[in-house]
Structures are given as C-alpha cells and as structure tokens.
Design a protein around this ligand. Sequence first.
Ligand code: SOE
Length: 380
Amino acid sequence: MPKKPLNIGMVGYGFMGRTHSNAFAQVPHFFDLEYRPVLKTICARSADKAQAFAEQWGYESSVTDWRKLVDDKSIDLIDIASPNDTHMEIAIAAAQAGKMVMCEKPLGRNAAESAKMTEAVERAGVANMVWYNYRRVPAVTLAKQLIDEGRLGKIFHYRAKFLQDWTISKDLPQGGQGLWRLDVGVAGSGVTGDLLAHCIDTAMWLNGGISSVTGMTETFIKERHHNITGKTEKVGIDDASLFLSRFDNGSLGSFEATRYARGHKALYTLEINGEHASIFWDLHDLHRLQYFDHRDEGRTRGWRSVHITDGDHPYMNKWWVPGLQIGYEHTFIHQAADFIEGLTSGKPASPTFRDALATDLVTDAVLKSAATGQWESARG
Ligand code: SOE
C-alpha cells in the first residue's frame, strides 16, 4: 500500500527542532505506518539559519513567519518547537486553520494559556499532542505496564527528581537563543515548568491524578545580564523547586528539580513503592529498570536490574537485536510513531493538550503554594 503523506511545518530549529525533525525523518524507517512524514517547511526568525537548517535536515523549503505555515494549504501538521512564549498564538492559529498541532512541553507558560490552547484544538477537532518524551523510554513504558497489571499492588510512594547544574555561574546571561529558559517572560517559570513538568507528566501517567501540593522555590541568583535588553535585570524564574503532593489513589509524592545540583547534568530519577513491589528508573542509565518484588523466594530476593533491550520490551522489536541499546532521540521517534498510529486507529495517543493542561495546573499550583506557603489544589 502506498503511504499517505503527512506534510509537516516545523516552527523552531533549536535543540527541540532537531529532536522533532529527527523523529519524523527516522520514524518511517523503523515503524510500518499508514502515513509517511514529509519535512515540508521549516520556520525560524533568521532566513539564513532557517535555510541552512532546511538543507541539513531535508526540508523542502524555509520561511521566517509561522503564519505562512498556517496559510499553506499543503501543510497537514504544525509542530511547535520554538520558545514557550510562542506556543499559544501559533497553536490556536494552527488549530483554527484545521491543522493538526504538536507542541513541545510545557504546553503554555501557565495553565491559563494551556486552557485556551486545549479549547482551540478540541473546538477544531484536530489531532494534538505534547512532546513529553520520557514516557516513551522503553523502561518507563514497561514500568507503566507493570503498574497497570497490578504487580506493585497498592502504591504508597512516588518520588521523582530532575537535577541539572548548568546555571550555577552568576555570569551566565538570561534571554536569547539557548538562554531564554532563564527569562521568565519567555519561559513562564524556571525549573518548575521546564523540569518538574516532565516529572509530573510521567507521575500522573504512571500513578494517576494529583489533587493537592505544597511547594517551595528559590531563585539563587537574583540579577543577570539580559542578552536582549543589554541591561542587568531581575531574574524572575525559579532556580530550584520542590513539592509534596497527594495523589488520587492515596499515595504520597515528593518531587525536586534544580539547576544547582553540581555534578548532575540531567539526572531524572523516579521511584515507586507499592505493597508488593518497587520500581526505580534513572535517565542516566535509561535502558535499565530496577525492580524489587517482595513475593520472590526469600533467599534470592533482591533488586533486579533489568536490561530493557529484548524484543518483548516496549518498542524494542522495532530496533536492533536483543542486548543492543537505544537512547534519548528514540523517545521522540516512538512518540512520532504513536501519534501517527493514533491517526490511523482513531484512538489519539497521549499526552494530548488536555493531558498537558493537567500538568500545567499542577505546576501552577506548585508556584502558587511557594508564594502562599499553603497547600493548594492542583485542579485549578
Ligand atoms: C533544560 O536544560 C532541558 O533541555 C529541558 O528543556 C528538556 O525538556 C529536558 O528534557 C532536558 O533539559
């Protein structure tokens, strides 16, 4: 059967523009799908850079105004990989033009923006998804399967952290390419929206909804040079963010994210403790799932380190041979595959905009609680 083209207009050519473009370019080689992604047009503010990106990644053309993608009848899907302050306007215009919309996380700079975006895609009835890629690390997907099979029994604890160290220097400026994550006007928040959002998305997928939170944040460096204004300006983002939560299933959560954990580059770990079994996963060792089952025979009972590379592990039959690992970029390829599969099956793959809105309601509640010192509802 000839494949149907899925014409993609990509906004943004930075770190995420590359991960998404790579996903669409690679997915037809490894997954047998009804649609074949076509890298149609890349959009970026600088014409030279957009054209260079188009040539390097195989886009047919480049533009400097995202509205051209919205107006282009040949584009089926607009993928937003540009900074957070651009997400809402592009997503709403794309949905109103009847395009499918994919968006890099976090969906909005806050839940109010995410709610408008969710309303737009749902009103237009267009396929939509947010790139929370860590769900599709095969070890994390396996954790989901084990939890859904009831192997852990009743869940008591969910524990996650995401530690980095790249903003410790007070000489690091805020704003502009690569550094917009430090500019609150562009990013919306600091590590709460950038890193904790990943932890929350995975947590609610694995362990269900979060009802309430109590949090605290800190901005360790109060002023930084701003690359766009050229002035020293107040820093509005949170550099570190910690919170406790209550899940709907009665379990307790604890979460931490920081860019001030010297020595850690992207240490995302999660642990879940249930009545019968526990699971631990670490992004720095992403192909392993640590599993402890109390029901094992006592003398040999202990933590198992399962190498998630066999054909019966999630997604792994699409790749090499048992024992050979895959990496970070594959999580995006899996997400592109699931999105396209959802178009065929009519069963939309998650996280949809609505799922990502739920995450933004939690991050908003964490920031609110950090300001009020009170427990806050995570339901808006
Ligand atoms: C920040 O440094 C960052 O690149 C996040 O923006 C990504 O979402 C995360 O996956 C890795 O860290």
